[in-house]
Unconditional design. Structure first.
Lengths: 214, 214
DNA sequence: TAAATTAATGACTCAGTGGTCATTAATTTA
DNA sequence: TAAATTAATGACCACTGAGTCATTAATTTA
Protein backbone atom coordinates (compact mmCIF):
# COMPACT_ATOMS: atom_id res chain seq x y z
CA UNK A 1 0.00 0.00 0.00
CA UNK A 2 1.15 3.47 -0.82
CA UNK A 3 0.83 6.27 1.63
CA UNK A 4 -2.10 8.49 0.66
CA UNK A 5 -1.05 11.34 -1.64
CA UNK A 6 -2.69 13.89 0.63
CA UNK A 7 -3.36 13.11 4.26
CA UNK A 8 -7.01 13.03 5.28
CA UNK A 9 -8.30 16.32 6.55
CA UNK A 10 -11.46 16.76 8.57
CA UNK A 11 -13.31 19.85 7.38
CA UNK A 12 -16.93 19.35 8.23
CA UNK A 13 -17.91 22.96 7.58
CA UNK A 14 -16.45 23.36 4.13
CA UNK A 15 -17.55 20.07 2.57
CA UNK A 16 -21.18 20.84 1.67
CA UNK A 17 -20.45 23.95 -0.39
CA UNK A 18 -17.42 22.33 -2.00
CA UNK A 19 -19.61 19.40 -2.96
CA UNK A 20 -22.46 21.49 -4.33
CA UNK A 21 -20.00 23.62 -6.31
CA UNK A 22 -18.47 20.51 -7.85
CA UNK A 23 -21.91 19.08 -8.53
CA UNK A 24 -23.08 22.28 -10.20
CA UNK A 25 -20.12 22.28 -12.55
CA UNK A 26 -20.61 18.66 -13.55
CA UNK A 27 -24.42 18.75 -13.73
CA UNK A 28 -24.19 21.76 -16.03
CA UNK A 29 -21.56 20.12 -18.19
CA UNK A 30 -22.93 16.58 -18.45
CA UNK A 31 -26.51 16.73 -17.26
CA UNK A 32 -27.88 15.12 -14.11
CA UNK A 33 -28.10 11.48 -15.23
CA UNK A 34 -24.76 11.46 -16.99
CA UNK A 35 -22.91 12.83 -13.95
CA UNK A 36 -21.31 10.21 -11.71
CA UNK A 37 -21.28 10.89 -8.00
CA UNK A 38 -17.75 9.51 -7.88
CA UNK A 39 -16.69 12.34 -10.19
CA UNK A 40 -18.49 14.91 -8.09
CA UNK A 41 -16.76 13.63 -4.99
CA UNK A 42 -13.33 13.51 -6.56
CA UNK A 43 -13.73 17.02 -7.96
CA UNK A 44 -14.54 18.17 -4.45
CA UNK A 45 -11.47 16.33 -3.16
CA UNK A 46 -13.28 13.66 -1.17
CA UNK A 47 -14.44 10.09 -1.65
CA UNK A 48 -17.89 9.01 -2.67
CA UNK A 49 -18.62 7.81 0.83
CA UNK A 50 -18.03 11.28 2.19
CA UNK A 51 -20.57 12.71 -0.21
CA UNK A 52 -23.19 10.49 1.42
CA UNK A 53 -22.28 11.88 4.80
CA UNK A 54 -23.67 15.21 3.69
CA UNK A 55 -26.38 14.38 1.14
CA UNK A 56 -28.87 11.54 1.31
CA UNK A 57 -29.04 10.92 -2.40
CA UNK A 58 -28.13 12.25 -5.80
CA UNK A 59 -31.45 14.04 -5.98
CA UNK A 60 -30.90 15.70 -2.60
CA UNK A 61 -27.59 16.98 -3.90
CA UNK A 62 -29.38 18.41 -6.92
CA UNK A 63 -31.89 20.24 -4.76
CA UNK A 64 -29.13 21.71 -2.65
CA UNK A 65 -27.32 22.95 -5.75
CA UNK A 66 -30.36 24.83 -6.95
CA UNK A 67 -31.46 26.25 -3.63
CA UNK A 68 -28.04 27.52 -2.71
CA UNK A 69 -27.48 29.37 -5.94
CA UNK A 70 -29.88 32.06 -6.90
CA UNK A 71 -32.22 32.92 -4.06
CA UNK A 72 -30.08 35.63 -2.45
CA UNK A 73 -29.95 37.61 -5.67
CA UNK A 74 -33.72 37.63 -5.98
CA UNK A 75 -33.94 39.09 -2.51
CA UNK A 76 -31.37 41.75 -3.38
CA UNK A 77 -33.28 42.71 -6.50
CA UNK A 78 -36.49 43.04 -4.53
CA UNK A 79 -34.70 45.55 -2.30
CA UNK A 80 -33.36 47.46 -5.28
CA UNK A 81 -36.85 47.75 -6.76
CA UNK A 82 -38.35 48.86 -3.47
CA UNK A 83 -36.02 51.77 -3.00
CA UNK A 84 -35.81 52.84 -6.65
CA UNK A 85 -36.66 56.34 -7.80
CA UNK A 86 -36.18 57.43 -11.38
CA UNK A 87 -37.37 56.15 -14.73
CA UNK A 88 -38.76 52.67 -15.05
CA UNK A 89 -36.25 51.84 -17.73
CA UNK A 90 -33.47 52.76 -15.31
CA UNK A 91 -34.94 50.28 -12.87
CA UNK A 92 -34.90 47.53 -15.48
CA UNK A 93 -31.25 48.31 -16.09
CA UNK A 94 -30.38 48.26 -12.40
CA UNK A 95 -32.06 44.89 -11.92
CA UNK A 96 -30.21 43.49 -14.89
CA UNK A 97 -26.86 44.86 -13.71
CA UNK A 98 -27.17 43.32 -10.30
CA UNK A 99 -28.34 40.01 -11.65
CA UNK A 100 -25.54 39.96 -14.17
CA UNK A 101 -22.88 40.72 -11.60
CA UNK A 102 -24.12 38.11 -9.11
CA UNK A 103 -25.18 35.34 -11.49
CA UNK A 104 -24.00 35.94 -15.02
CA UNK A 105 -20.40 36.47 -14.03
CA UNK A 106 -20.22 33.71 -11.41
CA UNK A 107 -20.39 29.93 -11.35
CA UNK A 108 -24.11 30.16 -10.77
CA UNK A 109 -24.50 31.19 -14.39
CA UNK A 110 -24.99 27.53 -15.29
CA UNK A 111 -28.13 27.09 -13.19
CA UNK A 112 -30.68 28.22 -15.79
CA UNK A 113 -29.42 25.67 -18.29
CA UNK A 114 -29.36 22.95 -15.66
CA UNK A 115 -32.85 23.80 -14.48
CA UNK A 116 -34.23 23.89 -18.00
CA UNK A 117 -32.65 20.58 -18.89
CA UNK A 118 -33.89 18.77 -15.78
CA UNK A 119 -37.18 20.45 -14.94
CA UNK A 120 -39.31 17.59 -16.17
CA UNK A 121 -37.31 14.97 -14.30
CA UNK A 122 -37.56 16.83 -11.00
CA UNK A 123 -40.95 18.49 -10.79
CA UNK A 124 -40.47 19.19 -7.13
CA UNK A 125 -37.22 21.09 -7.65
CA UNK A 126 -38.66 22.77 -10.72
CA UNK A 127 -41.58 24.01 -8.67
CA UNK A 128 -39.30 25.36 -5.97
CA UNK A 129 -37.28 27.20 -8.61
CA UNK A 130 -40.39 28.41 -10.36
CA UNK A 131 -41.97 29.85 -7.26
CA UNK A 132 -38.89 31.34 -5.63
CA UNK A 133 -36.87 32.53 -8.58
CA UNK A 134 -38.97 32.79 -11.70
CA UNK A 135 -42.19 34.11 -10.23
CA UNK A 136 -40.43 36.64 -8.06
CA UNK A 137 -38.18 37.72 -10.90
CA UNK A 138 -41.11 38.08 -13.23
CA UNK A 139 -42.98 40.09 -10.62
CA UNK A 140 -40.12 42.57 -10.39
CA UNK A 141 -39.97 43.08 -14.14
CA UNK A 142 -43.75 43.21 -14.32
CA UNK A 143 -43.94 45.93 -11.70
CA UNK A 144 -41.36 48.01 -13.56
CA UNK A 145 -43.28 47.60 -16.80
CA UNK A 146 -46.60 48.56 -15.23
CA UNK A 147 -45.04 51.56 -13.55
CA UNK A 148 -43.62 52.67 -16.90
CA UNK A 149 -46.92 52.20 -18.67
CA UNK A 150 -48.74 54.19 -16.00
CA UNK A 151 -46.49 57.21 -16.52
CA UNK A 152 -46.54 56.89 -20.30
CA UNK A 153 -42.82 56.10 -20.40
CA UNK A 154 -43.74 52.73 -21.95
CA UNK A 155 -46.59 52.11 -24.33
CA UNK A 156 -49.41 49.87 -23.19
CA UNK A 157 -48.93 46.18 -23.82
CA UNK A 158 -50.17 42.94 -22.30
CA UNK A 159 -47.86 42.81 -19.29
CA UNK A 160 -47.61 39.11 -18.36
CA UNK A 161 -46.38 38.11 -21.78
CA UNK A 162 -44.16 41.14 -22.24
CA UNK A 163 -42.30 40.13 -19.10
CA UNK A 164 -41.34 36.85 -20.74
CA UNK A 165 -40.24 38.53 -23.95
CA UNK A 166 -38.07 40.97 -22.00
CA UNK A 167 -36.40 38.29 -19.90
CA UNK A 168 -35.92 35.69 -22.63
CA UNK A 169 -32.76 37.06 -24.26
CA UNK A 170 -31.03 37.30 -20.89
CA UNK A 171 -31.73 33.68 -20.04
CA UNK A 172 -30.87 32.58 -23.54
CA UNK A 173 -27.48 34.25 -23.27
CA UNK A 174 -26.55 32.01 -20.34
CA UNK A 175 -28.13 28.88 -21.76
CA UNK A 176 -26.17 29.42 -24.94
CA UNK A 177 -22.93 29.82 -23.08
CA UNK A 178 -23.36 26.41 -21.47
CA UNK A 179 -24.49 24.60 -24.58
CA UNK A 180 -23.86 25.55 -28.16
CA UNK A 181 -21.16 28.09 -27.36
CA UNK A 182 -18.60 25.30 -27.62
CA UNK A 183 -19.20 25.25 -31.38
CA UNK A 184 -18.59 28.85 -32.26
CA UNK A 185 -15.10 30.11 -32.90
CA UNK A 186 -14.76 33.56 -31.36
CA UNK A 187 -15.79 34.45 -27.85
CA UNK A 188 -19.17 36.14 -27.84
CA UNK A 189 -19.36 39.53 -26.16
CA UNK A 190 -21.95 39.38 -23.39
CA UNK A 191 -21.58 43.05 -22.57
CA UNK A 192 -22.43 44.04 -26.14
CA UNK A 193 -25.29 41.52 -26.28
CA UNK A 194 -26.95 42.96 -23.20
CA UNK A 195 -26.36 46.48 -24.44
CA UNK A 196 -28.10 45.78 -27.73
CA UNK A 197 -30.94 44.03 -25.96
CA UNK A 198 -31.48 47.03 -23.71
CA UNK A 199 -31.20 49.43 -26.66
CA UNK A 200 -33.89 47.57 -28.54
CA UNK A 201 -36.06 47.59 -25.43
CA UNK A 202 -35.45 51.29 -24.71
CA UNK A 203 -36.80 52.19 -28.12
CA UNK A 204 -39.15 49.23 -28.49
CA UNK A 205 -41.06 49.77 -25.25
CA UNK A 206 -41.18 53.56 -25.56
CA UNK A 207 -44.60 55.09 -25.13
CA UNK A 208 -46.22 58.32 -26.25
CA UNK A 209 -44.99 60.42 -23.33
CA UNK A 210 -41.40 60.35 -24.48
CA UNK A 211 -42.08 60.03 -28.15
CA UNK A 212 -43.91 63.35 -28.21
CA UNK A 213 -41.01 64.99 -26.43
CA UNK A 214 -38.40 64.06 -29.05
CA UNK B 1 -47.14 -19.25 -23.73
CA UNK B 2 -49.77 -16.72 -24.61
CA UNK B 3 -50.40 -15.72 -28.17
CA UNK B 4 -48.86 -12.32 -28.83
CA UNK B 5 -51.30 -9.47 -28.24
CA UNK B 6 -50.65 -8.07 -31.67
CA UNK B 7 -49.24 -10.27 -34.39
CA UNK B 8 -45.80 -9.31 -35.68
CA UNK B 9 -45.86 -7.01 -38.64
CA UNK B 10 -42.95 -6.41 -40.98
CA UNK B 11 -42.78 -2.75 -41.89
CA UNK B 12 -39.22 -2.01 -42.79
CA UNK B 13 -40.00 1.38 -44.33
CA UNK B 14 -41.94 2.88 -41.47
CA UNK B 15 -39.74 1.78 -38.56
CA UNK B 16 -36.96 4.38 -38.70
CA UNK B 17 -39.21 7.44 -38.54
CA UNK B 18 -41.43 5.81 -35.95
CA UNK B 19 -38.35 5.13 -33.86
CA UNK B 20 -36.89 8.61 -34.20
CA UNK B 21 -40.26 10.14 -33.39
CA UNK B 22 -40.51 8.06 -30.24
CA UNK B 23 -36.91 8.85 -29.34
CA UNK B 24 -37.45 12.58 -29.83
CA UNK B 25 -40.41 12.57 -27.48
CA UNK B 26 -38.55 10.68 -24.76
CA UNK B 27 -35.21 12.48 -25.17
CA UNK B 28 -37.01 15.82 -24.85
CA UNK B 29 -38.95 14.66 -21.83
CA UNK B 30 -36.26 12.82 -19.88
CA UNK B 31 -32.95 13.80 -21.43
CA UNK B 32 -30.63 11.51 -23.36
CA UNK B 33 -29.02 9.57 -20.49
CA UNK B 34 -32.24 9.08 -18.61
CA UNK B 35 -34.06 7.66 -21.61
CA UNK B 36 -34.06 3.86 -21.85
CA UNK B 37 -33.88 2.34 -25.29
CA UNK B 38 -36.42 -0.24 -24.22
CA UNK B 39 -38.90 2.59 -23.66
CA UNK B 40 -38.12 4.12 -27.03
CA UNK B 41 -38.71 0.79 -28.71
CA UNK B 42 -41.92 0.06 -26.89
CA UNK B 43 -43.24 3.53 -27.64
CA UNK B 44 -42.55 2.85 -31.30
CA UNK B 45 -44.33 -0.48 -31.00
CA UNK B 46 -41.30 -2.72 -31.46
CA UNK B 47 -38.80 -4.59 -29.31
CA UNK B 48 -35.39 -3.33 -28.32
CA UNK B 49 -33.74 -5.76 -30.70
CA UNK B 50 -35.58 -4.22 -33.62
CA UNK B 51 -34.26 -0.81 -32.73
CA UNK B 52 -30.75 -2.15 -33.22
CA UNK B 53 -31.70 -3.36 -36.68
CA UNK B 54 -32.05 0.28 -37.71
CA UNK B 55 -29.61 2.19 -35.49
CA UNK B 56 -26.14 1.11 -34.46
CA UNK B 57 -26.19 2.70 -31.04
CA UNK B 58 -28.02 5.09 -28.78
CA UNK B 59 -25.86 7.92 -30.04
CA UNK B 60 -26.62 7.07 -33.67
CA UNK B 61 -30.29 7.30 -32.83
CA UNK B 62 -29.73 10.71 -31.30
CA UNK B 63 -27.97 11.96 -34.42
CA UNK B 64 -30.79 10.70 -36.60
CA UNK B 65 -33.35 12.49 -34.44
CA UNK B 66 -31.58 15.79 -34.86
CA UNK B 67 -30.77 15.51 -38.54
CA UNK B 68 -34.25 14.47 -39.54
CA UNK B 69 -35.98 17.29 -37.78
CA UNK B 70 -35.12 20.78 -38.78
CA UNK B 71 -32.99 20.85 -41.91
CA UNK B 72 -35.85 21.01 -44.43
CA UNK B 73 -37.24 24.15 -42.82
CA UNK B 74 -33.90 25.92 -43.06
CA UNK B 75 -33.87 25.19 -46.78
CA UNK B 76 -37.41 26.50 -47.16
CA UNK B 77 -36.53 29.68 -45.36
CA UNK B 78 -33.54 30.23 -47.59
CA UNK B 79 -35.90 30.06 -50.56
CA UNK B 80 -38.30 32.49 -48.94
CA UNK B 81 -35.52 34.98 -48.33
CA UNK B 82 -34.20 34.64 -51.87
CA UNK B 83 -37.47 35.52 -53.54
CA UNK B 84 -38.58 38.17 -51.05
CA UNK B 85 -39.46 41.68 -52.11
CA UNK B 86 -40.82 44.19 -49.66
CA UNK B 87 -39.66 45.61 -46.35
CA UNK B 88 -36.99 43.86 -44.38
CA UNK B 89 -39.24 43.64 -41.39
CA UNK B 90 -41.80 41.82 -43.50
CA UNK B 91 -39.11 39.33 -44.38
CA UNK B 92 -38.34 38.73 -40.72
CA UNK B 93 -42.03 38.09 -40.17
CA UNK B 94 -42.27 35.67 -43.09
CA UNK B 95 -39.28 33.68 -41.86
CA UNK B 96 -40.75 33.49 -38.38
CA UNK B 97 -44.16 32.43 -39.67
CA UNK B 98 -42.77 29.60 -41.72
CA UNK B 99 -40.50 28.42 -38.94
CA UNK B 100 -43.33 28.56 -36.45
CA UNK B 101 -45.68 26.59 -38.65
CA UNK B 102 -43.13 23.90 -39.45
CA UNK B 103 -41.32 23.61 -36.13
CA UNK B 104 -43.12 25.49 -33.37
CA UNK B 105 -46.43 23.79 -33.99
CA UNK B 106 -45.06 20.30 -34.65
CA UNK B 107 -43.31 17.58 -32.67
CA UNK B 108 -39.98 19.03 -33.77
CA UNK B 109 -40.56 21.91 -31.36
CA UNK B 110 -38.67 19.95 -28.71
CA UNK B 111 -35.41 19.83 -30.61
CA UNK B 112 -33.95 23.14 -29.41
CA UNK B 113 -34.32 22.10 -25.80
CA UNK B 114 -32.87 18.69 -26.49
CA UNK B 115 -29.94 20.16 -28.40
CA UNK B 116 -29.23 22.71 -25.71
CA UNK B 117 -29.34 20.11 -22.98
CA UNK B 118 -27.04 17.64 -24.74
CA UNK B 119 -24.71 19.82 -26.81
CA UNK B 120 -21.75 19.30 -24.51
CA UNK B 121 -22.17 15.55 -24.39
CA UNK B 122 -22.29 15.23 -28.17
CA UNK B 123 -19.92 17.76 -29.67
CA UNK B 124 -20.16 16.09 -33.04
CA UNK B 125 -23.94 16.36 -33.20
CA UNK B 126 -23.79 19.84 -31.76
CA UNK B 127 -21.43 20.87 -34.51
CA UNK B 128 -23.70 19.42 -37.16
CA UNK B 129 -26.64 21.33 -35.72
CA UNK B 130 -24.60 24.47 -35.33
CA UNK B 131 -23.39 24.50 -38.91
CA UNK B 132 -26.56 23.38 -40.63
CA UNK B 133 -29.27 24.98 -38.56
CA UNK B 134 -27.91 27.74 -36.41
CA UNK B 135 -25.39 29.28 -38.78
CA UNK B 136 -27.75 29.19 -41.71
CA UNK B 137 -30.63 30.54 -39.64
CA UNK B 138 -28.45 33.31 -38.29
CA UNK B 139 -27.28 34.15 -41.80
CA UNK B 140 -30.87 34.61 -42.94
CA UNK B 141 -31.72 36.93 -40.09
CA UNK B 142 -28.41 38.73 -40.53
CA UNK B 143 -29.04 39.38 -44.20
CA UNK B 144 -32.48 40.78 -43.43
CA UNK B 145 -31.03 43.06 -40.78
CA UNK B 146 -28.26 44.32 -43.05
CA UNK B 147 -30.69 44.91 -45.86
CA UNK B 148 -32.88 46.94 -43.52
CA UNK B 149 -29.96 48.96 -42.23
CA UNK B 150 -28.83 49.73 -45.77
CA UNK B 151 -32.19 51.23 -46.68
CA UNK B 152 -32.50 53.06 -43.37
CA UNK B 153 -35.51 50.96 -42.37
CA UNK B 154 -33.48 49.76 -39.37
CA UNK B 155 -30.98 51.81 -37.44
CA UNK B 156 -27.36 50.78 -37.56
CA UNK B 157 -26.29 48.23 -34.96
CA UNK B 158 -23.63 45.58 -34.63
CA UNK B 159 -25.24 42.88 -36.74
CA UNK B 160 -23.77 39.59 -35.46
CA UNK B 161 -24.90 40.22 -31.92
CA UNK B 162 -28.23 41.71 -32.89
CA UNK B 163 -29.05 38.48 -34.70
CA UNK B 164 -28.74 36.58 -31.43
CA UNK B 165 -30.87 39.08 -29.53
CA UNK B 166 -33.58 38.87 -32.18
CA UNK B 167 -33.66 35.07 -32.24
CA UNK B 168 -33.35 34.46 -28.50
CA UNK B 169 -36.98 35.00 -27.48
CA UNK B 170 -38.17 32.63 -30.17
CA UNK B 171 -35.88 29.84 -29.00
CA UNK B 172 -36.68 30.56 -25.38
CA UNK B 173 -40.38 30.20 -26.07
CA UNK B 174 -39.86 26.58 -27.14
CA UNK B 175 -37.32 25.76 -24.48
CA UNK B 176 -39.72 27.03 -21.88
CA UNK B 177 -42.56 24.95 -23.22
CA UNK B 178 -40.49 21.79 -22.74
CA UNK B 179 -39.11 22.63 -19.34
CA UNK B 180 -40.57 24.99 -16.78
CA UNK B 181 -43.96 25.26 -18.48
CA UNK B 182 -45.10 22.28 -16.41
CA UNK B 183 -45.05 24.53 -13.34
CA UNK B 184 -47.24 27.36 -14.48
CA UNK B 185 -50.98 27.15 -14.17
CA UNK B 186 -52.54 28.67 -17.27
CA UNK B 187 -51.55 27.86 -20.81
CA UNK B 188 -49.24 30.51 -22.19
CA UNK B 189 -50.27 32.13 -25.44
CA UNK B 190 -47.52 31.63 -28.01
CA UNK B 191 -49.30 33.69 -30.63
CA UNK B 192 -49.43 36.70 -28.31
CA UNK B 193 -45.83 36.17 -27.22
CA UNK B 194 -44.54 36.23 -30.78
CA UNK B 195 -46.73 39.21 -31.59
CA UNK B 196 -45.31 41.22 -28.71
CA UNK B 197 -41.78 40.21 -29.61
CA UNK B 198 -42.27 41.38 -33.17
CA UNK B 199 -43.96 44.60 -32.01
CA UNK B 200 -40.99 45.43 -29.80
CA UNK B 201 -38.65 44.66 -32.67
CA UNK B 202 -40.66 46.69 -35.19
CA UNK B 203 -40.29 49.76 -33.04
CA UNK B 204 -36.96 48.83 -31.45
CA UNK B 205 -35.06 48.27 -34.67
CA UNK B 206 -36.59 51.22 -36.50
CA UNK B 207 -34.11 53.57 -38.13
CA UNK B 208 -34.18 57.22 -39.16
CA UNK B 209 -35.83 56.63 -42.54
CA UNK B 210 -39.14 55.67 -41.01
CA UNK B 211 -38.84 57.70 -37.88
CA UNK B 212 -38.64 60.94 -39.84
CA UNK B 213 -41.72 59.94 -41.80
CA UNK B 214 -43.92 59.59 -38.72
C1' DT C 1 -1.13 9.64 27.15
C1' DA C 2 -5.24 6.81 26.63
C1' DA C 3 -10.04 6.52 25.48
C1' DA C 4 -13.83 8.19 22.99
C1' DT C 5 -15.73 10.31 19.13
C1' DT C 6 -16.67 10.99 14.48
C1' DA C 7 -14.99 12.50 9.71
C1' DA C 8 -13.38 10.07 5.96
C1' DT C 9 -12.48 6.08 3.19
C1' DG C 10 -13.08 2.60 -0.57
C1' DA C 11 -14.32 -2.16 -1.39
C1' DC C 12 -18.58 -4.15 -2.10
C1' DT C 13 -23.54 -5.04 -3.50
C1' DC C 14 -27.16 -5.01 -6.59
C1' DA C 15 -30.47 -3.03 -9.72
C1' DG C 16 -30.73 -1.32 -14.15
C1' DT C 17 -29.46 -0.71 -19.04
C1' DG C 18 -26.78 -0.70 -23.50
C1' DG C 19 -25.90 -3.93 -26.68
C1' DT C 20 -25.84 -9.11 -28.71
C1' DC C 21 -27.54 -13.11 -30.94
C1' DA C 22 -29.84 -17.53 -31.46
C1' DT C 23 -34.53 -18.28 -32.41
C1' DT C 24 -39.18 -17.32 -34.45
C1' DA C 25 -42.29 -16.21 -37.93
C1' DA C 26 -43.92 -13.12 -41.78
C1' DT C 27 -43.15 -12.65 -46.50
C1' DT C 28 -41.18 -13.70 -50.93
C1' DT C 29 -39.45 -16.78 -54.37
C1' DA C 30 -39.16 -21.16 -56.83
C1' DT D 1 -46.72 -25.92 -51.44
C1' DA D 2 -41.93 -25.94 -50.05
C1' DA D 3 -37.67 -23.48 -49.56
C1' DA D 4 -35.32 -19.31 -48.85
C1' DT D 5 -35.05 -14.88 -47.00
C1' DT D 6 -35.09 -11.52 -43.58
C1' DA D 7 -37.90 -8.58 -40.15
C1' DA D 8 -38.73 -9.06 -35.51
C1' DT D 9 -38.16 -10.94 -30.96
C1' DG D 10 -36.61 -11.25 -26.09
C1' DA D 11 -33.54 -13.81 -23.14
C1' DC D 12 -29.10 -12.94 -22.02
C1' DC D 13 -24.42 -10.82 -20.96
C1' DA D 14 -21.20 -7.32 -19.44
C1' DC D 15 -20.73 -3.32 -17.34
C1' DT D 16 -21.83 0.81 -14.93
C1' DG D 17 -22.88 3.52 -11.11
C1' DA D 18 -25.95 4.65 -6.95
C1' DG D 19 -25.87 3.64 -2.43
C1' DT D 20 -23.89 0.80 1.94
C1' DC D 21 -20.94 -0.23 5.69
C1' DA D 22 -17.02 -2.15 8.15
C1' DT D 23 -12.70 -0.11 8.78
C1' DT D 24 -9.26 3.68 9.37
C1' DA D 25 -7.46 7.69 11.29
C1' DA D 26 -7.89 12.69 12.68
C1' DT D 27 -9.39 15.21 16.49
C1' DT D 28 -11.29 15.91 21.03
C1' DT D 29 -11.95 14.72 25.75
C1' DA D 30 -10.63 12.72 30.14
Amino acid sequence: MLAPATPRKRRKEARPTELTAAALALFVEKGFSATRLEDVASRAGVSKGTLYLYFDSKEALFKAVIQEGILPVVVENEAIAAKHTGSSFDLLEKLLDNWWGKIGLTDFAGIPKLMVAEARNFPEVARFYYENVICRGRALVGAALERGMATGEFRRMEVETTIDVVIAPILMLLIWRFSMACCQNGESDSRLYLQIHMNILRQGLRGSALESRV
